[in-house]
Design a protein around this ligand. Structure first.
Ligand SMILES: CC(C)(COP(=O)(O)OP(=O)(O)OC[C@H]1O[C@@H](n2cnc3c(N)ncnc32)[C@H](O)[C@@H]1OP(=O)(O)O)[C@@H](O)C(=O)NCCC(=O)NCCS
Length: 219
């Protein structure tokens, strides 16, 4: 453990970032008084005891052994961040590429032109997945349907990076967030038949078709 504490710390940091938590946010969830303790864990300055590791594993939703093997999953190197306007054009480019790959004529969804107005100002949220070069490789948002139901919107993955768990990680980010906000149900309105993959994806994620093209999941 001592020998590897730098690597353990680096793995904790990597998983925290993949989950979209800042040091301050994760420290709060851990009950630390500020982010100093977490900084020391992540940089390998401090040892981390088994209780803290168990708690971190629970919050970050990984097996505790992951901290030692460093193998978080087969996921490529990416991070999920809350949306920022500086990524707008690259995100729209990625969505157009995703539509093109589905053999759809790529058209811009008007809501994507102004995420601030269409999501954030309404109290809803939007995320992007970024690769190591800060290029947008995925996105997702949600809309409040009613105080108990959130609806997923615009889940898109860069076509050449599908089936590597990025869509799942983005969906998990939404689920975790809306659950903490007190929503009890998450739903999705499927696009036309050209979006055939999404039906398989949501069913694999436990969603059930409740009416034509509407899939839901209790959270
Ligand atoms: C739907 C989409 C977001 C899924 O993203 P992804 O990163 O490929 O998904 P994941 O790798 O997390 O897949 C999780 C599971 O979903 C299921 N799944 C996803 N794509 C699938 C496919 N093409 N065929 C069968 N199952 C599929 C599998 O069970 C998969 O697990 P596995 O790869 O271990 O078998 C992606 O295919 C996409 O961007 N499609 C185009 C845009 C789109 O349809 N968006 C939804 C608009 S409503």
């Amino acid at each position: 453990m001592n020998k590897n504490k730098k690597e353990v710390g680096a793995t904790i940091k990597q998983i925290r970032k993949e989950r979209g938590f800042s040091q301050v946010e994760l420290s709060k969830k851990m009950g630390f008084k500020d982010h100093t303790a977490l900084t020391k864990i992540e940089t390998g300055v401090n040892d981390v005891n088994s209780e803290t590791l168990m708690q971190l594993a629970k919050i970050l939703d990984v097996h505790v052994g992951t901290f030692f093997t460093g193998k978080t999953s087969a996921l490529p190197n990416f991070k999920i961040k809350q949306y920022d306007d500086c990524y707008r054009d690259d995100m729209i480019f990625m969505v157009l590429c995703a539509k093109d790959a589905l053999k759809k004529i790529p058209t811009i969804n008007p809501d994507l032109l102004d995420i601030q107005k269409n999501y954030l100002n309404k109290g809803d949220m939007f995320w992007i997945a970024l690769n190591e070069n800060n290029r947008v490789i995925g996105c997702v948002g949600y809309e409040t349907i009613n105080p108990l139901e959130a609806r997923v919107h615009r889940l898109y993955i860069k076509p050449e990076l599908k089936r590597q768990g990025i869509g799942g990680a983005l969906l998990d980010t939404v689920l975790k967030y809306v659950k903490e906000k007190g929503y009890k149900k998450i739903s999705i309105h499927l696009g036309d038949e050209k979006y055939w993959e999404s039906k398989l994806f949501y069913k694999a994620k436990g969603f059930v078709e409740t009416e034509p093209r509407i899939l839901e999941k209790a959270i």
